[in-house]
Design a protein around this ligand. Structure first.
Ligand code: ZN
Length: 255
């Protein structure tokens, strides 16, 4: 009887701990930061017209994929007039502190008060496979980073939101359930006027998702900057790095 009781308790604890899905929220979203309203405007910043068009195409498809799968109106693609942008960088280490050799992209969220105020996705132009979209890597990266823009973190199950490269070319069940959870929580906070009790206090973060990466161990994962300006707390969290392993791609070059 005691064994049965123990089993029952274990079973319900397992259920309660989200045993089926492995998604997570980003640390700032967990602490109560969120978008004030949806859709979030998003744009591409790129001086080369051809490249701008290519990135706009990827962004458009990524938005559509997330929204079709979740049934939520999350982003609106615009052409100017927003600070929420996706762009290339030649100096991802200088901008974010993460390794230029192994980081594909970083999503930077800026917060004011309890709200996300603007977000940037920076893509590492020093990774040739990313620039050439080898194996659809650029699209996968954009799809992944878009998840981070609203508070979806990494997953320890299979999906586009996992921290390391897999054979995931599209959204999987875990990604979709995770985004639905982010949206449900965001809409609830909007409806209730929720204010994080962290919003006006110092927030410290070691980065996102519990990824065991070089970036975290060399201190770059601690690359947050906290600044108090004009009475508002702006929290700058270079939250997520895509530490997708590029070794399989490089190995393919030699074959
Ligand atoms: Zn990530």
């Amino acid at each position: 009887m005691r064994k049965l009781l123990l089993f029952t308790i274990t079973f319900f604890v397992a259920l309660g701990s989200n045993a089926v899905f492995g998604y997570s929220f980003t640390e700032d979203f967990d602490k109560g930061f969120y978008w004030k309203s949806f859709p979030v405007e998003f744009d591409v910043v790129e001086s080369n017209n051809l490249e701008e068009g290519r990135l706009e195409g990827f962004l458009s498809v990524a938005i559509q994929e997330w929204e079709d799968e979740t049934g939520h109106d999350i982003w609106e693609q615009v052409y100017g007039g927003t600070k929420n942008v996706i762009r290339w960088t030649d100096d991802i280490t200088g901008e974010t502190g993460f390794s230029a050799a192994s980081t594909l992209g970083v999503t930077i969220r800026h917060n004011v008060g309890t709200f996300f105020e603007r977000v940037e996705i920076v893509l590492n132009r020093r990774i040739p496979e990313l620039v050439s979209n080898r194996g659809n890597l650029l699209y996968q990266t954009i799809l992944h980073e878009m998840g981070h823009t609203v508070g979806l973190g990494h997953t320890n199950e299979g999906g586009i939101m996992q921290a390391s490269l897999g054979s995931f070319n599209q959204l999987y069940a875990d990604d979709i359930e995770g985004m639905k959870a982010v949206m449900d929580e965001s809409l609830w906070r909007q409806d209730t006027g929720y204010i994080s009790d962290q919003a006006f206090t110092t927030v410290k973060s070691s980065g996102c998702g519990g990824v065991g990466s070089d970036a975290a161990s060399n201190g770059a994962g601690m690359g947050y900057l906290i600044s108090l300006a004009f009475g508002l707390l702006a929290v700058y969290l270079p939250i997520r790095v895509l530490r997708w392993k590029l070794l399989p791609l490089k190995a393919q070059h030699t074959h």
